[in-house]
Design a protein around this ligand. Structure first.
Ligand SMILES: Nc1nc2c(ncn2[C@@H]2O[C@H](COP(=O)(O)OP(=O)(O)OP(=O)(O)O)[C@@H](O)[C@H]2O)c(=O)[nH]1
Ligand SMILES: [Mg+2]
Length: 326
């Protein structure tokens, strides 16, 4: 029986072959397994994949236990998603992190201020998003794990200074990214070598220094149709709210709330699940046993009416409130 593998499978396989760390290999293998059609013709392949996953899982755990623990280049994911900031020296990456998070990132009016990744949590409405401030991408003494951080991030912010020539700067950053085989999803004319397509945004910084707004307009005209472009200034605060919203959207996650019968949901404490998740996937996110034991769910939000009883495969929407009955 033919396996009928999909383009998504071959994409993931390509990524697997280009991966350098067992962490990346694992990510690709899991994706291959996820997108593989399930029928008799793929039984053997799926079994083989599971064996490989088990092997790389073991290796990844071993590596974490030894070399990477404690390494600043191993950035554990926190919050609704992890977003890495990349750009040329002085683009304003650290300034953004210190403006929108409580972290004190080193800001300097000289290039190569940031030597190591630094994290901060950015609040968007009722969720926290993890920002990873990176050394400049042109830092050629960069740690060998520099690329791994970018590849494992959920999204990238490509930061360019609006003061002089943001389009040229964006081009330069993309060329550097390509050396790591990374590209921004949605961009046209991506070279063959790029196998890691990351969700991303282009952020024009220092809009206060682009008095006529001409450079921001040029940047949007060049890239705006392919990826979101947002102009910001940490000086006067413009664009920061839009940035937070766009970053949240790029993560492709939604917020759902769970409640007990007769009790109001706590709307300050969402559970974050992948966009497109079903009731049973949301239940699993609460606890793995919930999925198995789930009998039915009531939903407020994307149901036809409040408190509607829905099936396990009902797709949940951002803001839904769920009452899970086991
Ligand atoms: N006027 C203005 N200056 C800014 C803005 N954002 C950052 N700057 C200045 O730009 C300079 C560089 O900022 P950083 O945040 O250190 O830049 P970086 O991208 O982290 O630089 P590296 O760590 O070297 O890669 C600092 O002098 C900041 O004060 C802004 O929105 N407006
Ligand atoms: Mg910096």
């Amino acid at each position: 029986m033919p396996a009928n593998l999909t383009p998504a499978y071959f994409e993931a396989e390509k990524r697997f072959r280009a991966s350098e760390t067992s962490e990346e290999k694992l990510e690709a293998l899991n994706e291959m397994l996820r997108v593989m059609p399930k029928h008799k013709g793929t039984d053997g392949l799926r079994a083989e994949l599971r064996t490989k996953i088990a092997r790389f899982q073991k290796e990844a755990t071993k590596q974490q236990a030894t070399s990477k623990r404690g390494s600043v280049y191993h950035v554990p994911r926190e919050g609704a998603g992890q977003v890495a900031l990349i750009g040329l020296p002085n683009a304003g990456k650290s300034q953004l992190v210190s403006t929108v998070t409580k972290a004190m990132a080193d800001v300097g009016d000289y290039p190569y201020t940031t030597k190591l990744p630094q994290v901060g949590m950015m609040k968007f409405e009722n969720v926290q998003i993890q920002l990873v401030d990176m050394p400049p991408i042109t830092d050629h003494d960069a740690h060998p794990r520099f690329a791994a951080v970018l590849r494992s991030a959920n999204a990238l912010l490509l930061m360019v200074d609006l003061e002089i020539d943001p389009v040229a700067e964006a081009r330069e950053v993309m060329a550097e990214l390509e050396k790591y085989r990374i590209g921004l999803a949605g961009m046209k004319d991506v070279p063959e070598e790029v196998v890691f397509q990351k969700k991303g945004l282009i952020i024009g910084t220092k809009s206060d220094l682009d008095a006529t707004g001409e450079n921001a307009t040029g940047l949007k005209a060049t890239y705006g149709e392919e990826v979101p472009v947002v102009a910001i200034s940490t000086q006067d605060g413009s664009g920061l709210d839009e940035l937070k919203k766009r970053v949240f959207d790029a993560l492709e996650v939604i917020r759902v709330f769970t409640k007990s019968p007769g009790v109001q949901a706590n709307l300050n404490d969402p559970m974050v699940v992948k966009l497109g998740s079903t009731i049973e996937e949301a239940a699993e996110a609460v606890h793995k046993d919930f999925r198995r034991n789930l009998k039915f769910a009531l939903i407020w939000g994307s149901g036809k009416f409040d408190g509607q009883r829905v099936k396990r495969d009902h797709v949940v929407q951002d803001g839904d409130i769920l009452e899970l009955h086991t």
